[in-house]
Design a binder for this molecule. Structure first.
Ligand code: LLP
Length: 420
């Protein structure tokens, strides 16, 4: 459930008309609903309330905006980060370092040191090589890194191939059958406190069954490790819960997810950690756009050309993903159209032959479910700059990221003397 609803014939974000935001901030603009973020955070936690010890870390990659992170911090979430930049943001938003988990297959020496110096709660190590490097850096600093070993359970998550992470051929984690040896070797190194195991098999999962299979494998691993006399106090079950992108689509609920996990993990006796991103932020944001013009086509539906493009919302171009597209002030009728942006490539297409609200030049519309993997994946391709982001809270809103103009971007570029 979200708080982007029609009231008196026009779309609102909570109690603020989207038309007002478009007027005052301009388009395209991402709009987040604080109430929706909070609701999703609470429903997620509530779903896990059947579990004894839980730590939730919001996956910063889904939406790293400082205001969004602040909402999550106030909801008691930590942060799952995958770069030094995300770590800095999480800390800047006020997340306690202890509540930060550092994932990622390519953490470099500088980032490992940054995490150690900040005193983050857990490093999710993705290879033996990374563990050895972290141990050396930690020992040299006289510090100890709390670590989990990320395992690759070789399970097909049944999601888009580009966001699947738990198959043997994916780059993530160590093969689960090699995990006992690697864990034992790392646990013997000064500088490391091996305290658990981590797993994440992919994103936008619409079925709990592959997760359950992966978690069962992790359960056997935990027993094996303990059987070898190794300590396991934490298991990080990652993120991945899917969200509905189409009106009416049904996804597993946090309550069903929690019930499945309670069943699988009942004998584990560990603190369970979670890294949800999309399920919290996805439906808490929209991308508000204006129709530039409607262009007739010679042999198909008209092109509705909007002022947002693939550089602002990359998901349709990258993964062929669907985002519902609705008029802010529906005119009543329907039309079939191709929805495209202004960028000079055919990939800049949001939908082909889609039945949508009737649109005319100048009309406002939204792409829904753009709160996760939206603004954060933007680029400045075609020198379009970066769009503004707004957060609504009841009757008020604030700009939480300024629009970055093309001239701001090229101000960081230089023409060397020998060219001028
Ligand atoms: N933990 C780890 C280790 C991850 O790799 C991810 C996502 C998450 C947590 C959060 O997953 P979530 O709960 O959001 O599904 N750009 C793609 C999604 C990439 C997800 C990458 N990893 C998209 O737009 O669909």
């Amino acid at each position: 459930m979200d708080h982007f609803e029609l009231k008196n014939g026009e779309l609102y974000a909570e109690n603020v008309p989207l038309a007002r935001i478009a007027e005052e901030v301009g388009t395209p603009v991402y709009v987040y609903s604080r109430a929706t973020l909070e609701r999703h955070a609470r429903v997620f936690r509530e779903g896990l309330s059947v579990l004894p010890r839980v730590h939730c870390a919001f996956a910063v990659k889904a939406n790293p905006n400082l205001a969004v992170l602040k909402v999550m911090q106030r909801e008691g979430f930590g942060a799952d980060v995958v770069s030094g930049g995300e770590m800095a943001r999480a800390l800047a938003a006020g997340m306690p370092a202890q509540d930060v988990v550092f994932s990622g297959v390519g953490k470099n020496a500088r980032e490992l040191a940054q995490g150690l110096e900040a005193g983050i709660g857990q490093f999710n190590i993705e290879s033996e090589e990374e563990g050895v490097e972290l141990a050396a850096i930690a020992a040299a600093k006289g510090l100890t890194a709390s670590c989990a070993l990320r395992v690759n359970p070789d399970v097909d998550a049944g999601t888009h191939e580009k966001i699947s992470t738990g198959k043997a051929e994916n780059k993530f984690g160590v093969p689960i059958d090699r995990a006992p040896g690697i864990y034992a070797r790392l646990a013997a190194m000064p500088g490391l406190d091996m305290r658990g195991v981590a797993v994440h098999i992919g994103s936008q999962l619409s079925d709990l069954e592959p997760m359950e299979r992966a978690f069962e494998k992790v359960g056997s691993l935990v027993s094996d490790l303990r059987g070898q006399g190794l300590t396991v106090t934490h298991v990080d079950l990652g993120g991945g819960l899917g969200v509905p992108y189409k009106a009416g689509e049904i996804m597993p609920s946090p309550a069903e997810y929690g019930a499945m996990i309670a069943r699988v993990t009942k004998d584990w006796d560990v603190t369970l950690m979670f890294e949800p991103g999309r399920v919290i932020a996805g439906n808490a944001g929209i991308l508000l756009t204006r129709v530039i013009r409607v262009k007739r086509s010679s042999n198909g539906p008209p092109f509705v050309i909007v002022d947002a493009a693939m550089n602002d919302l990359a998901r349709p171009a990258l993964y062929g993903s669907w985002h519902d597209f609705d008029a802010v002030k529906p005119r009543g009728g329907k039309m079939t159209a191709n929805i495209v942006g202004p960028i000079c490539e055919t990939g800049d297409t949001f939908a082909m032959g889609r039945e949508i609200d009737t649109m005319e030049a100048g009309d406002l519309a939204v792409f829904r479910t753009a709160g996760a993997y939206g603004a954060t994946m933007a680029s400045s391709y075609n020198s379009r700059g970066f769009v503004a982001e707004v957060m609504v809270d009841g009757d008020v809103y604030a700009t939480v990221a300024d629009r970055i103009l093309p001239e701001d971007i090229y101000a960081a570029e230089r023409v060397p003397d020998w060219l001028s």
